[in-house]
Design a protein around this ligand. Structure first.
Ligand code: GRF
Length: 189
């Protein structure tokens, strides 16, 4: 068994997909860390009975918040850390401490469209082929080594394209994360 911690700021549909997928394996989501009070991901964690902690970044230096975050990851025995819509760039110290164990999902075919609003920007630019990337986290914004990508064809409108991309994210992220956890645990389950 290996343990996954998830960092998220918003709706948490990837958090939910990962949690449900891991329940069909021998691995577990040991912790959700969220930086936004009231985020929907906290409601999902309560419903799915995943331990959750709010990390406040307000009114204190970023590296203090990140030390708290790092300590919680270690105390909870996280083997792997999945960013799932965590809307902050991790500081270099945190990246160094967990290098190779931090994974992110991004809704574009990186290196195209890094940063925010990627789907809207790709759609507005007329891209016919959009997609999803899972990558290791480094010090940059959506720049780390790519682990997997999936292509998603443009749909009739933006909302349908976003829905197709999110559905693809849920499948691809679960697949990649379970493979990484299997490698960490040195067994397939
Ligand atoms: C996803 O599109 C993910 O790729 C990006 O942020 C979004 C999070 O969505 N990094 P959700 O909170 O998992 O629903």
């Amino acid at each position: 068994m290996a343990k996954l911690a998830i960092l998220a700021s918003g709706s948490g549909s990837n958090f939910e997909a990962l949690t449900v997928a891991l329940r069909g394996s021998c691995h577990e989501v040991c912790l959700l860390l969220c930086d936004r009070p009231g985020a929907m991901v906290l409601e999902r964690a309560a419903r799915l009975e995943v331990p959750a902690r709010l990390i406040s970044y307000k009114g204190r230096p970023k590296n203090e918040a990140e030390s708290e975050l790092a300590e919680l990851l270690e105390e909870n025995g996280a083997d792997l850390i999945a960013l799932a819509g965590f809307m902050r760039l991790l500081g270099p110290e945190l990246v160094r401490r967990f290098r190779g164990r931090l994974v992110n999902i991004h809704p574009s075919l990186l290196p195209a469209w890094p940063g925010t609003h990627s789907i809207e920007r790709a759609f507005a630019a007329g891209d016919n082929e959009l997609g999803v990337t899972v990558h290791l986290v480094d010090e940059g914004m959506d720049t780390g080594p790519i682990l997997a990508q999936a292509r998603v064809p443009r749909q009739g409108d933006l909302a349908a394209t976003e829905a197709a991309i999110h559905a693809t994210e849920h499948l691809l992220y679960s697949d990649v994360i379970i493979n990484l956890l299997n490698n960490i645990a040195e067994k397939t389950c």
